[in-house]
Design a protein around this ligand. Structure first.
Ligand code: MN
Length: 309
């Protein structure tokens, strides 16, 4: 049994279109807490986080959108993640756009550094979100959180203080990539991120990609943060996202990853991001994300009783 704490993150300022603010409500409506409790876990819903108030944030990159708002969320979520990691709980951050990882990942990396344990991140996303302010074509900050967490240069003062600890890019594993900007690709490759595109899944299958990474986490007694973007999944079955890219992970590929993560027992924190309920079809994407989360917390194929779709 795991002591799970749900924290809603109704933020949408990092994304290019509105709607992710409704994400936490959609997860509650789709029964995330009830599904996890039915698997035997203790579930506490902490309600929604609030952003800190910030003044204007200085930067030479004037194309960065909603900078004070995103900085306010980053500071708040960094503090929440740091505090939650010091309790015997497994936090699930119900987003909210992917800029929430600016705070959640850096908070967990800081706490892991204090513990003297390596922090790993599994990034399940069509995008690598490894732009810096200088490389970003759009100025949408949800395309930058991993570059920020790894300590790349050019970022304004999002955190209100220097990063307490940087994420080691070689401990960052990305699966599902199929939309990466040109300069972003160069940054990814030069930094040593374990980046796997969709072709790697096509050729090898998710199990052969994921297992060596999970073995590495286990052998080094690492902590594992998982960040699951709706657009990791094929848009035909997960339409509720503002950044759909064709050719995503199938239903079974996504579930297999979750089942393997459960088998290892290594996951210590989880982001569910980019769900845009305004774009959903009768809640099917929210239900799929809840379903995947249930697989991560122990639901097996043989527990999936007959239903109509
Ligand atoms: Mn994405």
């Amino acid at each position: 049994m795991t002591n799970i704490h749900l924290l809603g993150v109704p933020m949408e300022e990092g994304a290019g279109r509105r709607g992710c603010i409704m994400g936490p409500a959609a997860y509650r409506t789709a029964g995330l807490a009830e599904e996890l409790a039915a698997l035997g876990h203790s579930v506490t819903d902490l309600g929604d986080a609030q952003p800190e108030a910030t003044g204007p944030i200085e930067t030479e990159y004037t194309h960065l959108k909603f900078l004070p708002e995103v900085a306010g969320w980053t500071r708040s979520l960094h503090a929440h993640a740091h505090a939650l990691s010091q309790q015997d709980v497994l936090p699930i951050y119900m987003g909210g756009d992917h800029a929430l990882a600016l705070g959640t990942v850096t908070g967990h990396v800081a706490a892991a550094a204090e513990l003297g344990r390596p922090q790993y991140v599994l990034w399940l996303d069509a995008h690598s979100d490894f732009n810096t302010p200088a490389s970003s074509p759009s100025g949408n900050i949800h395309g930058m959180p991993m570059a920020f967490a790894c300590g790349l240069g050019g970022f304004p003062d999002l955190l209100g203080k220097p990063l307490p600890a940087k994420l080691d890019p070689t401990k960052l594993c990305m699966i599902g990539l199929r939309s990466v900007d040109r300069e972003e690709r160069d940054l990814l490759q030069s930094s040593g991120v374990q980046a796997h595109d969709m072709r790697a899944i096509d050729e090898h299958g998710v199990a052969r990609i994921l297992r060596p990474f999970l073995d590495e986490v286990a052998q080094s007694n690492g902590l594992l943060h998982v960040s699951l973007d709706v657009d990791f999944i094929e848009p035909d079955i997960a339409p509720a996202v503002g950044t759909t890219v064709p050719g995503g992970a199938t239903f079974r590929e996504a579930h297999l990853i979750m089942e393997m993560l459960h088998d290892t027992g290594l996951v210590t924190s989880l982001d569910l991001v980019e769900l845009n309920p305004f774009l959903d079809e009768r809640g099917r994407t929210a239900r799929l994300m809840v379903d995947l989360t249930a697989s991560l917390f122990g639901r097996r194929v043989l527990d999936r009783f007959t239903t109509s779709y």
